[in-house]
Ligand binder design. Structure first.
Ligand code: SF4
Length: 687
C-alpha cells in the first residue's frame, strides 16, 4: 500500500481521521462504507486518504461537476502525486463550434467526423505508404491535417505519443477538463481523446455518475481504465444516486417531439422528391420516388396518429385533475395501461405498436443517413427519437415500471412516459461488482433507507455511519413554527398571510441576507411579497447564480425568493456571510399523483410497512435538509434556519432528518417569538 502524506501544516479533524481510518479498513476488506457526514467534516480529503493508499485503481464520481474542483484542490496538496484523469462529456470538451446542436445532434456529428477522419487517414496512408494502417503513417507526410473532417481527432490518432504526453502533463498539474480543453485547442488536440488515451496508465478517474452508472458509458471506462472488480469507488453526493438511476431507466414521448417529427418528415419528403427528380439515373427515379414517397406517407400517418393518441390521453390529466391536485410541485400524471395505449395506437396508426415503432425508426434512420450523405451538420432525427421512445415505452415492463400520461405544470405539455421505480437495477450491478467503495453525502439519512435503495441483499458487505456536524452548535439557530403548515387542505389566504408575517419578522430581525425557499412557484406567487426596504430577488428560469451571488455580496439587505430543489437551494455555497438565514416555507413533499402512489405501492411491496418512508418522507426530508443547510457551510459561518411547517415535527419527517437538525430545533409559536429568538441569537456571544 502506498504511503500518502497530507499537506504540511494541515491537521485532520477527529471526525475526518475517524472517517479515513474506518473507510480504509473497510476498503481493504472489499466492503462498502456508506456515510452521512455533514458539511465541514472534510469528506473529500478523508475519502482520498482512505482510498488512494489501497493500491487499487480508483473512480470518484459525483452528480454535479462543481465537486471536481474540491477533489483537484485536495489532490494538488497530497504527496506522492497520482496520475488523475478527469473528463466532462464530449460535447463540453469539443473545440469545434457546436452551439447550434443539441447533445444528440452533436453525438452523431462527432461519431461521423471520427469515422470520416479515420477513412481519410486510411486512404492517405495507402497512398503514401502502400499499406492501409493509418497508425503507421509518417506524420511528416500528413501536411494537410487541417483538411481532415476532424483535425483535432486526426492529430491524436497520428501522434499518439504526443497526445499522451500532452495529457500526462495536464493531469500532473491537476488541470480540470475546461483548462485542458483551452490548452488542447491551441495545440490542435482533441482534449477528450487525448485524456482518454492515458486512462490505462492513470490510477484515478474523476467523472460524473454517468461514467460509472450509465452502462454504455461505463463500458468505455471499463475498457480503457479497469474492470469493476479491480477498482474502488467513491460516490459523492450519494443521496442523488437512487433518483439518478431511476431516471436513467425512464423514458418520455412528448406531443412536442411528435409534432417535431411530423414537420421533419414533411420537410424531408419534399427534399427527397426534389433530389430524386434531379437524380442522374432517370430510369430509377420513379421507382425510387414511389418507394420513398410511400414510406414518407406512412410515417406521416403514424406520427399524425400518435399525435391523436397523445391528445386524447392528455385529456385524462386536464382541468379536472388540475382542480383536484391544485398547485402541488411538479407535473401531474395518470397511470395508463400500456395495453390500452397499444390499442389506441393500432386504431389511430393502422398497425400494432411494434410495426409502428419499426417503421418510424427505419424512416428516422433514412433521414439521418441522407443528412449524413449530404454533409449536413445536424444529423439528428426527431422521427428516430420518437421511434426509440415508443419502443422503450412498450418494452419496459415488469413491476418496477409504471406507465403514465403526464401534463406539465403550466398544462401545455403532454407526454406518455414509462418511469422506473427501482434504480437498483443499475446501482446494485455496480456496487456488487466493484472491489470496494465509499458512498457519502452530507444528507444521507436515514442510512438504512439509502442502503436499501441502492443495493440488494448486500448487508454483510456494507457498513453504515453517521457523523455529527463538526461546526459549533452556538453558530446556528434552528426554528420551527408550530402554527403554520403547507398541508393542502389548510392552504388558505390566512395561511399565506401568516407565512408572510413570519417572513417579515425574520427579515426585520436577521442580520444579513435572507433566502426564502418555497415548495413550489405557485406557493411563492401566492404568498404576499416580504415587506422589506432591501432588495428582493426572485428566482426565475433564467436567473443566473453568479449574478445573484454578486448581488448578495454587494449588500446584506437582500431577500432571495426561490424554490426548494431549485438552483439556489441545493448544490450552491454562499461563501463568507453572503447568506445568514434560510427560511423553508413548507415541507417539499412530491405531488400526490399516480406516479407517487405507484412508487409508494412498489416500495411497500419491496420493503413492507416502509413504502411511505422510502418513497415519500425521505425525499421530502432530504430536500428540506439541503435547503436548511445553505447558510452554514464552514466552521466560522453563523446563521439561522427557519422552517415554516409544523409537519416537520412529525415522527415521519423528524426521523429522516440529519441528527443536528433533529436535536437542535426549537419551536416558536408566533412571528414575534421567532423575531425575538433571532435577535437574541445575533446579540448573544456568537453574534
Ligand atoms: S473527436 Fe473530439 S474534436 Fe472531434 S468532434 Fe469529437 S469531441 Fe470534437
Amino acid at each position: 500500500m502506498m504511503d500518502l502524506k497530507i499537506p504540511g501544516g494541515y491537521t485532520l479533524r477527529p471526525e475526518q481521521e475517524a472517517f479515513a481510518k474506518e473507510a480504509s479498513s473497510i476498503l481493504h476488506n472489499g466492503g462498502l462504507y456508506m456515510v452521512s457526514a455533514p458539511c465541514g467534516i472534510g469528506k473529500s480529503l478523508a475519502a482520498l486518504l482512505a482510498s488512494l493508499p489501497q493500491g487499487k485503481k480508483l473512480v470518484i464520481c459525483y452528480r454535479t461537476k462543481t465537486q471536481l474542483g474540491i477533489y483537484l484542490k485536495e489532490l494538488r496538496a497530497l504527496h506522492p502525486p497520482v496520475l488523475a484523469v478527469s473528463l466532462f462529456n464530449r460535447l463540453e470538451m469539443c473545440p469545434l463550434d457546436n452551439s447550434a446542436l443539441t447533445y444528440h445532434e452533436f453525438t452523431e456529428r462527432c461519431r461521423r467526423l471520427r469515422s470520416e477522419t479515420m477513412d481519410r487517414m486510411e486512404a492517405d496512408a495507402i497512398k503514401s505508404t502502400g499499406h492501409g494502417s493509418a497508425f503507421r503513417m509518417d506524420k511528416r507526410k500528413l501536411k494537410r491535417i487541417r483538411e481532415y473532417p476532424c483535425p483535432y481527432y486526426a492529430l491524436v490518432k497520428i501522434d499518439r505519443n504526443g497526445a499522451r504526453s500532452f495529457a500526462r502533463d495536464c493531469c500532473r498539474s491537476f488541470m480540470d477538463p475546461v483548462q485542458v480543453c483551452a490548452l488542447a485547442k491551441k495545440k490542435g488536440w482533441c482534449a477528450y481523446e487525448s485524456l482518454k488515451a492515458i486512462l490505462p496508465e492513470a490510477s484515478l478517474f474523476l467523472g460524473t455518475y454517468h461514467y460509472l452508472f450509465n452502462p454504455p458509458i461505463r463500458e468505455m471506462l471499463e475498457r480503457s481504465f479497469a474492470p469493476l472488480p479491480e477498482i474502488n469507488i467513491v460516490v459523492d453526493e450519494a443521496h442523488n444516486l437512487p433518483l439518478f438511476a431511476r431516471e436513467l431507466l425512464s423514458a418520455k414521448l412528448s406531443l412536442h417531439a411528435i409534432n417535431n417529427a411530423y414537420s421533419e418528415i414533411q420537410r424531408f419528403r419534399t427534399k427527397m422528391s426534389d433530389d430524386l427528380l434531379h437524380a442522374a439515373a432517370p430510369d430509377d427515379v420513379y421507382e425510387a420516388f414511389d418507394q420513398y414517397d410511400n414510406a414518407a406517407e406512412r410515417a406521416l400517418t403514424i406520427t399524425d396518429g400518435l399525435r391523436v393518441v397523445l391528445e386524447k390521453l392528455g385529456d385524462l390529466v386536464g382541468d379536472r385533475s388540475k382542480k383536484v391536485l391544485g398547485d402541488r410541485v411538479g407535473g401531474r400524471s395518470k397511470k395508463i395501461p400500456p395495453r390500452l395505449v397499444g390499442r389506441m395506437v393500432r386504431a389511430a396508426c393502422g398497425d400494432d405498436w411494434p410495426q409502428v415503432a419499426d417503421h418510424i425508426l427505419w424512416y428516422g434512420e433514412v433521414i439521418k443517413e441522407k443528412k449524413e450523405n449530404d454533409g449536413e451538420e445536424r444529423i439528428f432525427s426527431y422521427t428516430h427519437r420518437v421511434g426509440l421512445a415508443l419502443r422503450i415505452f412498450f418494452e419496459s415492463t415488469g413491476p418496477s415500471y409504471v406507465h403514465l400520461v403526464e401534463r406539465s405544470d403550466d398544462g401545455r405539455r403532454v407526454a406518455i412516459a414509462v418511469r422506473n421505480m427501482d434504480g437498483r437495477e443499475i446501482t446494485a450491478q455496480v456496487l456488487e461488482n466493484v472491489h470496494g467503495g465509499i458512498l457519502m453525502s452530507g444528507t444521507l439519512t436515514p442510512l438504512p433507507v439509502f442502503s436499501d435503495l441502492t443495493m440488494s441483499g448486500m448487508n454483510d458487505r456494507v457498513a453504515l455511519r453517521e457523523f455529527a456536524s463538526p461546526f459549533p452548535q452556538k453558530n446556528r439557530l434552528i426554528l420551527v413554527a408550530s402554527d403554520v403548515t403547507s398541508r393542502l387542505p389548510e392552504r388558505s389566504p390566512s395561511m399565506f398571510e401568516r407565512w408572510a408575517q413570519y417572513i417579515d419578522a425574520v427579515c426585520a430581525s436577521n442580520r444579513g441576507n435572507v433566502a426564502c425557499f418555497f415548495t413550489s412557484y405557485a406557493l411563492l406567487k401566492k404568498t404576499p411579497t416580504p415587506k422589506t426596504s432591501g432588495n428582493i430577488i426572485v428566482e426565475g428560469r433564467h436567473t443566473l447564480r453568479e449574478e445573484v451571488l454578486s448581488q448578495l455580496a454587494r449588500s446584506d439587505r437582500n431577500v432571495l425568493l426561490g424554490v426548494m430543489g431549485g438552483k439556489f437551494a441545493e448544490g450552491v455555497d454562499y461563501p463568507g456571510s453572503l447568506l445568514t438565514c434560510a427560511i423553508s416555507v413548507g415541507v417539499p413533499y412530491a405531488p400526490w399523483d399516480d406516479y407517487q402512489r405507484a412508487l409508494i405501492g412498489y416500495m411497500e411491496g419491496q420493503f413492507p410497512r416502509k413504502g411511505r418512508t422510502y418513497a415519500y418522507h425521505t425525499p421530502a426530508a432530504l430536500r428540506l435538509a439541503q435547503t436548511c443547510g445553505r447558510p452554514i457551510r464552514s466552521e466560522s459561518d453563523q446563521g439561522c434556519m427557519v422552517i415554516l411547517d409544523n409537519r416537520v415535527l412529525s415522527h415521519e419527517i423528524l426521523s429522516c432528518l440529519p441528527s443536528y437538525l433533529r436535536q437542535e430545533l426549537q419551536i416558536v409559536h408566533s412571528p414575534g417569538e421567532c423575531a425575538d429568538m433571532i435577535r437574541s441569537f445575533w446579540s448573544g456571544p456568537s453574534g
